[in-house]
Design a protein around this ligand. Sequence first.
Ligand SMILES: Nc1ncnc2c1ncn2[C@@H]1O[C@H](COP(=O)(O)OP(=O)(O)OP(=O)(O)O)[C@@H](O)[C@H]1O
Ligand SMILES: *[C@@H]1O[C@H](CO)[C@@H](O)[C@H](O)[C@H]1NC(C)=O
Ligand SMILES: *[C@@H]1O[C@H](CO)[C@@H](O)[C@H](O)[C@H]1NC(C)=O
Length: 258
Amino acid sequence: MAAAGPTEVVVVGSCMTDLVSLTTRLPKAGETIHGHKFFIGFGGKGANQCIQAARLGAKTLMICKVGKDSFGNDYIENFKRNGISTEFVGQTEDAATGTASIIVNSEVKTLFNPAPAHAELDPQFYTHADIFCCNESEAEILTGIPVGSPEDAGKVGLVLLERGCKLVIVTLGAEGCVMISVDEPIPKHVPAGKVRAVDTTGAGDSFVGALAFFMACYPNLSMEEVIRRSNFIASLSVQASGTQSSYPYRKDLPQDLF
Ligand SMILES: Nc1ncnc2c1ncn2[C@@H]1O[C@H](COP(=O)(O)OP(=O)(O)OP(=O)(O)O)[C@@H](O)[C@H]1O
Ligand SMILES: *[C@@H]1O[C@H](CO)[C@@H](O)[C@H](O)[C@H]1NC(C)=O
Ligand SMILES: *[C@@H]1O[C@H](CO)[C@@H](O)[C@H](O)[C@H]1NC(C)=O
């Protein structure tokens, strides 16, 4: 699969074997905890970039050194499988191949947006996502319930909870959104501020992006507060035209959001 012709991308950088453990939480210093899954992967920022460039079609060459050990041998094979020249990948007896121990805890939340929606969505999506966020038309495709009001969105939310969702958000355009969760199975309407909408294209993605941002960077905020702030960001995006061109930057936003 190597591209023909002269080398186009040379990467001098790290090449690490990732040792990934999945656990419910991180251990404290000196503590032993149980993990539920383990796997070995190819990583290292330099090598990752080289692989991505190679997969996009560039003729690539990697400059790095690995150990004369099984991780090193496997990595060289991996470069070759991806069509990367290994002419300058050295192997030494003096050191081991770099490894990175990575622990992924289950506090990494998953947010699922069923766009574009299919009525026959794999039921695992309902049960596996921590947050299930859809708009009015997606809600109708998934449940058959036409959504024209916060009350309708509440009915959709109840149906999706029955299908195994933990927390459902239905966005309602100018009406903001409705949330409902297993912990609080009563639909809660979180209205958006009144604004003069110029172009609502991409408002949904602005909302979901903001939701992901606040959930990841402000894990202590209540979901209602996360939604209130995300409504605010998305409502700004409808006041300018375009999709990404209307998405606000942090520096231009009220700093009490952060
Ligand atoms: N007219 C509006 N006024 C205020 N906020 C709005 C308006 N339209 C959208 N929003 C904000 O954007 C969020 C997402 O809007 P919407 O429900 O229309 O998503 P969507 O249908 O997926 O959007 P699109 O497909 O246009 O990108 C709303 O929950 C709200 O916070
Ligand atoms: C909801 O999102 C879909 C993309 O999945 C989009 O095609 C549709 O227009 C949106 N619905 C509304 C009511 O904006
Ligand atoms: C978030 O909450 C946890 C547990 O309640 C607390 O230990 C932590 O200090 C809080 N973090 C912030 C940034 O407030």
